[in-house]
Design a protein around this ligand. Structure first.
Ligand SMILES: [Zn+2]
Length: 244
């Protein structure tokens, strides 16, 4: 508890909130600028367990944003190194890793025992798989994306808030997985915001975003909250979809 003494001083944040966090497991889909930053702050806050899913090895061009990584690790598996860094920061946090892409076939394996998902993959396909799987299993998901100086954040609470498919029924045909600009500090603040929403959703502390999207542009420091609506005909969470 000494490790968490300063956060236990937060108004209304009790030992019970801390215990809920300790009893929680989060799937972090994407250990990059967003997911990696979120993982650090969930670890220092005392989450019980995280599952890291990310495909591939660390490259030099990852290093402008991936603060879990060290220069000497370029060429080695990102999830292996992320697990190592988290262990050095807070050895009480359990980390499971998977070095691969998320697919419709393997998503079920990751979600066993998970209470929340952080969606931080840089492509529509994996985000849609995560969305459908979490809605189907009633697992809340923190959805965040960035592009250049801009960021977007909303929570998907199945059958309460809109899902990803309600808001984005079609892929952006222009989108390229590694073709968008990133300033590390922008992915960093968005990763921090993801971790705050995760802590709130897991513990019941504070007021998470429900049916609202935080959209910001750090080019002129414009931060706003936009109201979002469920699509009753949504093919993922709409009224006609049977709950599984
Ligand atoms: Zn939906």
């Amino acid at each position: 508890m000494e490790r968490y003494r300063r956060q236990l001083m937060l108004h209304g944040f009790t030992g019970e909130h801390q215990r809920k966090l300790k009893d929680s497991t989060a799937l972090i889909a994407g250990i990059g600028g967003l997911g990696g930053t979120a993982a650090i702050y969930l670890a220092v806050a005392g989450i019980g367990k995280m599952v890291f899913a990310h495909y591939g090895n660390l490259t030099l061009s990852n290093m402008n944003r991936q603060i879990l990584m060290k220069h000497e690790w370029i060429g080695s598996s990102r999830v292996v190194q992320a697990q190592k860094t988290i262990g050095e920061i807070n050895p009480d946090v359990e980390v499971e890793i998977f070095d691969g892409r998320i697919s419709g076939d393997n998503i079920g394996d990751f979600l066993d025992g998970v209470q929340i998902t952080l969606s931080a993959r840089p492509n529509f396909n994996e985000r849609r798989i995560l969305n459908a799987a979490c809605v189907g299993r009633d697992i809340p998901m923190v959805e965040a994306a960035m592009n250049g100086m801009e960021g977007y954040l909303f929570n998907i609470v199945p059958h309460v808030t809109p899902c990803l498919n309600c808001l984005y029924p079609e892929d952006d045909p222009e989108w390229e997985e590694l073709g968008f600009p990133v300033l590390g500090a922008v992915s960093g603040i968005l990763g921090c915001l993801m971790s705050i929403e995760t802590i709130k959703l897991l513990t019941g502390y504070g007021k998470p975003l429900y049916s609202e999207m935080l959209a910001f542009n750090t080019m002129n420091m414009d931060f706003r909250k936009l109201k979002t609506w469920k699509d009753a005909q949504c093919t993922v969470c709409g009224a006609d979809q049977t709950r599984t």
